[in-house]
Design a protein around this ligand. Sequence first.
Ligand code: URP
Ligand code: ZN
Ligand code: ZN
Length: 481
Amino acid sequence: MSVLIKNATLVNADASEQSDVFINNGLIERIEPDIHSADVNLSASSPVEVIDASGKYIIPGGVDVHTHFNIDVGIAQSCDDFYSGTVSAACGGTTTIIDHMGFGPAGCSLHHQLERYHEYACDSAVIDYSFHGTIQHIDDSILDEMESMVLDEGISSFKLYLTYGFKLDDTEVLAALSRLNQLNALTCVHPENDGAIRFLKNRMLARGLKDPIYHALSRPPECEAEAVGRMINLAVLAGDAPVYIVHLSNGIGLEYIRQAHQRGQPVFAETCPQYLQLDINRYNETCSGDFPADQGLKYIMSPPLRDSDHLKQLWHGLQDGTISTVATDHCAFTMEQKRAGRDGFQYCPNGMPGVENRIPLMFSEGVMKGRLSINHFVDLVSTKPAQLFGLYPRKGVIAEGSDADLVIIDPDCEVTLSQSQMHSRSDYCPFEGMTLQGYPVMTLSRGKIIVRNGVFKGLAGDGEFIPRETLNRCFRYWNRS
Ligand code: URP
Ligand code: ZN
Ligand code: ZN
């Protein structure tokens, strides 16, 4: 498919320009003002579709580096697989996802989960994708295997957990950090203090405190911040290993990251729209049914939503560059699945949908409300994630030679978010009723128009696995300021 987009404002992380874009063979072939269709018809591999994008922005396709499709969390199986998850992503302006592979059987190899995830994604994904390795235990064979994951399989980042069933202890964390540093791979961490959560949770349950709000109160900001601080210190001990903090939700941990940056330490942080937009009061949402706190179950995830002061601090953390990326942690369940938490918050599967909402929310609440420049917005949702995770400059930038993954945003389009328009298999939208100014109206994946005015036009299996480069290559593009 060949496409000529005319009269748009092209937005990259470093600058914006008024130009036309010619797309051919899946790549961005020419960026110039005033390209005429007669000029490109000759070189085009197929008839050229001309799109007039006057008054609209074109951004590099969104890169969401934190999703969980097809995940089995033990007490439930997420309702989105690589088809419904990537269709949702595409409809929300995301053209590449990196999925955090779930835990496999105890003792399994890194390749075990990778093979499984290739099977889940290859005939289903509608946009390009990769996976983060998941480290669920440490021994010599896992440390050995990391090398082939990075060099042969193109998996250059791994996540480890400081809580949940397969948490690592400090010795194991140090072994993982040191080895991944040696391989120029990025260590991602879910930071929460497991012992503190267990203590608080047991105390609450012993007192019969089982409503959704107690999920949040059993994992207060200090639990997360302590683990962020610990991880920063362990990364120093591992030889200044680069570390990436996933789903940061609180201002105390943010301050530790800021201090690490002042010392020049390579610590990167991600937050998610829910931690910027929704506060802890959501857990007390009620409905008219027989279980008063029913609606609060929608928001059960870890870390939990925080009070409004933390939300303000996170926005500030984006503005001053302490936070590098915005991802979603999309991990969707239906209300029926979430209602397992009526018997106690501990029975509610953790996570919620969001992959379709990230770009629209960050554009409306960030750019249109004057909190972020449009270039900074592009950096947070596309460029920096692509750079940190070894996808750049194939992804994350509008440049000649890059993949033609592009999103057209109409700033005049007003949309009130509603589950009925979403493409997730979940039956609720956590941002229901929010009115957004500006919305993606077209998504192109490697030159193919896969979403037009909210209607999905792509095909299962069109998405490709993208092997990723290692950190030493990524750092060529990295500049924290
Ligand atoms: O509650 C959440 N965030 N579920 C997904 C798994 C994780 O910790 O990222
Ligand atoms: Zn996590
Ligand atoms: Zn997650």
